[in-house]
Design a protein around this ligand. Structure first.
Ligand code: 5GP
Length: 337
């Protein structure tokens, strides 16, 4: 079977009967009615992307931050309390994580993310069931999976929202290290068959990728690399010898992250992520405007006034390498011969 990702497809324009892209509605609710967002954007629960500053930034724009969990329970509660906007908190699958979830629940948290690299796993199902017992009414997001069977398993164990994507992230090396993964558009097509909302997570680089992920059936997107290096991300700004200012962006399964949180990377493991330096930037407002503008325009190209209508009207083509080249700005000053 051939699997496809963002650059393999383009959406086919449809008749637009709406007067202006200003009138389209980019808000979305999850299928169970527990999460309502003005903008279907989540920021990734990575230690170089989301703590309270990013959660407050994206929350004010109508999206939602997902706080990472690589901190003590006490600090996690402090970070949670610094958010006034709605926010997700993250938990892993150890006994300590149930303790973390209960402490965060008692501090007022209502949105929980159970996040492991390969969530179609017995121990993840067990954790979801335990969480459901202690958080009967909370919104629980589980991931990551890339197949219908994986999504269905998480749903059957109590997940309200399924996080979809294996190996597509911009600082991820799972596919290189293990040979496993499914390109993102096919992952979305697979997982959208389950009766839950899904989040497309990993590999999204442009507003156009966001429109494609939503059109193919994702209810939300999760972004890491698109916000990497911006001022609301955690971490210090480093000035290089040539004057360039950079910040670290890293996979949570990178050697550096594992050494920071576990002291040492166990010798029976290999890193499945990388650490990189990205330019420090203060243009997070411009990134959001670009996303919102692209989404509004995308909806009108799709003849739609809502994301649900865009999904109903999905029509796409797969493109050749020549088509991909044509899609990029390509004006040249050289005359054609
Ligand atoms: P990005 O938006 O940068 O393309 O992808 C962000 C996503 O990459 C995260 O939300 C998470 O699902 C995934 N991710 C983060 N760290 C790692 C890692 O170390 N290894 C893998 N395989 N995926 C990661």
């Amino acid at each position: 079977m051939q699997a496809i990702t963002f650059d393999d497809v383009l959406l086919v324009p449809a008749y637009n009967h709406y007067e202006s892209r200003r009138h389209v509605d980019v808000s979305v609710k999850d299928r169970g009615g527990k999460l309502s967002l003005g903008l279907p954007v989540m920021t990734a629960n990575m230690d170089s992307v989301t703590e309270s500053a990013m959660a407050n930034f994206i929350g004010e724009k109508g999206g939602i931050g997902v706080l990472h969990r690589f901190m003590s329970i006490e600090r996690n509660i402090e970070e949670f309390k610094k958010c006034r906007t709605q926010v997700f908190v993250s938990v892993g699958c150890s006994d300590k994580d149930i303790e973390r979830a209960v402490a965060l629940r008692d501090a007022g948290a209502n949105y929980f993310c159970v996040d492991v690299a390969h969530a179609h796993a017995k121990y993840v199902g067990r954790t979801l069931k335990q969480l459901r017992d202690v958080l009967p009414d909370a919104c629980i997001m589980g991931g990551n999976v890339a197949t219908y069977a994986g999504a269905d398993y998480l749903a059957s164990c109590g997940a309200d929202i399924i996080k979809v994507g294996i190996g597509g992230g911009s600082v991820c090396s799972t596919r290189i290290k293990t040979g496993f993964g499914i390109p993102m558009i096919t992952s979305i097509q697979e997982c959208v068959r389950v009766d839950r909302s899904i989040v497309a997570d990993g590999g999204i680089r442009t507003p156009g990728d966001i429109v494609k992920a939503l059109a193919f059936g994702a209810d939300f997107v999760m972004l890491g690399g698109m916000f990497a290096g911006t001022s609301p991300t955690p971490g210090t700004v480093i000035t290089k010898s040539d004057g360039r200012q950079v910040k670290a962006y890293r996979g949570m399964a990178s050697r550096e992250a594992q050494e920071d949180y576990m002291g040492v990377m166990a010798d029976w493991k290999t890193a499945e992520g990388v650490q990189t330096e990205v330019p420090y930037r203060e243009d997070e407002e411009a990134i959001i405007s670009d996303i919102v503008g692209g989404l509004r325009s995308g909806l009108t190209y799709g003849g739609s006034s809502t994301i649900r209508e865009l999904q109903r009207k999905l029509n796409y083509v797969t493109v050749t390498q020549a088509g991909r080249i044509e899609s990029l700005p390509h004006k040249t000053l050289e005359p054609r011969t």
